[in-house]
Design a protein. Structure first.
Length: 109
């Protein structure tokens, strides 16, 4: 038997890290093993659940519009003529804005 479990990991000098791991049980329902790396990592159990909800919502939205991996053509992320750069501290804000706009476009808004 197996399932996914949220496991808290203490890392010295850093905040606790939570991860969603695949866990395997023996016949006595005791944990026998778990994956070495978490499938999803978050700063709290709530963040992991929120990420999973977002992933499921996005998967449902794209269910009838599956991309072919080999056929994806990547466009530049920035307009090179403008020499615009994205700082890492702004990347998450940029991603939220980008995916929000993409979500609206896909939903015909």
């Amino acid at each position: 038997m197996w399932n996914y479990r949220i496991i808290k990991r203490k890392i010295e000098g850093q905040p606790d890290q939570y991860g969603l791991f695949e866990v395997i049980y023996n016949d006595d329902k005791e944990i026998s093993a778990h994956t070495e790396e978490a499938e999803i990592i978050g700063e709290s159990p709530e963040e992991i659940v929120q990420t999973l909800r977002l992933m499921l919502d996005d998967a449902n939205k794209s269910y009838y519009n599956i991309l072919n991996y080999e056929e994806i053509k990547f466009a530049p992320l920035i307009d090179e003529d403008e020499n615009e750069a994205i700082e890492i501290k702004n990347l998450s804000e940029f991603n939220l804005e980008l995916f929000s706009d993409l979500d609206k476009e896909l939903n015909g808004e």
